[in-house]
Design a protein around this ligand. Structure first.
Ligand SMILES: [Zn+2]
Length: 455
């Protein structure tokens, strides 16, 4: 399998650190509002890619974080008059609702920044001991001049970057490129004790500290939107490699942005850009279809026309399946010569840098074939292929409803509900219970804790 590595700018053969195992980290959302289609693209593309790796025989450890402390969260929580913890818990629960509806499987790990403050402090201390970090008035900065490969990932030269950069008046750093590892607390901000006084983690350090805690000092794939290449990923890489002195990540994968066409930036498009609204209007299959219809590295335009096209495309697939079911019922063929040939075409498409548009063209060739085919053996094999491939496409052919593959989300939602009850936020707790009900989950509270079952 070959994937484009942002570090080299080239397609490279996937060689994992351990045989048949992929350790993967995807930067997740900052949880202060509902996610938009841009957030959903990274979630769906890398969910689908993870499923494809599994389909190809890899065991995947998939980590996606939540940034639950930063300036935007503090600002939003002040506006709503609630703590940043309550605000971020609320939007983590909202994220799980959307991810669940989109057919995105729960990650192996969903770490939150505020659960890893100790590890972050230790990480920063190590950088300081090695001479890569310095403290000024309770802020700690990474010394970019000490790290010789800075700029390697984003293909920029530090000299060129320095020319356009400047130091803000309130910053005491030595070089405009130096970035914050630890921020001194301002009055009334959430803060943690540290060797540098009260403060909180900078943004980049969290991903380095959480990934090394959960995946080890080196892992296979780091992914995210291409807007994160600089400065976020460049800085993550610098800190991590400065700390260990070794290569950190083997492959960097970046998805393109979702662009809303300017002339169409009407109120209605603005509204459906929110995933919750888009799901309501078009359903999860159309949204998944839309997000996978272009190659993940390309930009993709978001508009109601594109969404209608995706909806129609999904309908063509589901109609073909209905037609096959009508023609052959329960008949199941033992033949697999046809299956093998077409499976080969699908693998060829997806092994080539996860080329989903090519994969869909394979599917639509089969759709066409299915509609003109009468032989039961062939129709049965086409149906088996659709079924097999849906492992990585993740459509829900049963109904426009959530799949039952959501245990991980349910546990997360129950945890959030219990936390809400502990702090006597019964409104939030009831809302989460209602969400679970919509997922056909019944929960029962007892002295031993909360249990759940499918309704
Ligand atoms: Zn990150």
């Amino acid at each position: 399998m070959r994937i484009t590595n942002t570090l080299s700018g080239k397609k490279e053969e996937l060689k994992t650190l351990e045989p048949n195992k992929v350790k993967m980290y995807v930067c997740g959302p900052t949880v202060y509002n509902l996610i938009h289609v841009g957030n959903a693209r990274a979630a769906v593309v890398f969910d689908s890619f993870r499923r494809y790796l599994e389909y190809r025989g890899y065991s995947v450890t998939y980590t996606q974080n939540f940034t639950d402390i930063d300036d935007k969260i503090i600002k939003a929580s002040n506006e709503e008059g609630i703590s940043s913890k309550i605000l971020s818990d609320k939007y983590i629960a909202e994220y799980f609702k959307d991810a669940c509806a989109l057919g995105v499987r729960p990650a192996t790990f969903h770490p939150r920044t505020t659960d890893f403050v100790d590890q972050i402090i230790k990480f920063v201390q190590e950088l300081q001991e090695k001479g890569y970090a310095y403290e000024r008035n309770g802020d700690v900065y990474f010394d970019v001049s000490k790290f010789k490969n800075y700029g390697e990932l984003s293909h920029r030269k530090p000299e060129d970057m320095r020319a356009g950069a400047r130091i803000e008046v309130n910053e005491a750093k030595d070089d405009p490129l130096d970035f914050t590892l630890w921020k001194a607390a301002k009055p009334d901000e959430p803060s943690w004790d540290s060797p540098w006084g009260k403060g909180r983690p900078g943004w980049h350090i969290e991903c380095s500290a959480m990934s090394s805690s959960l995946l080890g000092d080196a892992f296979d794939i780091h992914a995210g939107g291409n807007d994160l290449i600089f400065p976020h990923h460049e800085n993550e890489k610098a800190q991590s490699e400065a700390r260990t002195g070794k290569k950190w990540v083997s492959y960097w994968m970046h998805n393109g942005m979702v662009a809303v066409k300017e002339e169409k930036m009407s109120k209605s498009v603005g509204n459906i850009f929110n995933v919750r609204q888009a799901l309501k209007i078009y359903g999860s299959n159309a949204l998944r279809m839309y997000l996978l219809s272009k190659h993940y590295r390309s930009p993709i335009e978001f508009s109601s026309e594109r969404m209608e096209e995706a909806k129609a495309a999904f309908k063509r697939i589901s109609n073909a399946l209905d037609e096959i079911n009508r023609k052959i019922g329960d008949f199941n063929s033992d033949e697999d010569t046809f299956t093998q040939e077409w499976r080969g075409k699908m693998i060829e498409a997806l092994d080539d840098d996860f080329n989903t548009p090519q994969a869909f063209s394979v599917i639509f060739e089969l759709v066409k074939l299915a509609l003109s085919e009468e032989r039961k053996e062939i129709l049965s094999q086409i149906r088996n292929l659709f079924d097999e491939w849906n492992y990585f496409f993740g459509f829900n052919f049963e109904e426009e409803n959530v799949s039952k593959e959501v245990d991980g989300f349910i546990e997360e939602l129950i945890k959030l509900r219990n936390e809400a009850r502990l702090r006597k936020d019964y409104k939030q707790a009831d809302e989460i219970r209602d969400t679970l009900k919509k997922l056909s989950v019944e929960i029962r509270d007892s002295a031993q804790g909360t249990t759940w079952r499918w309704m």
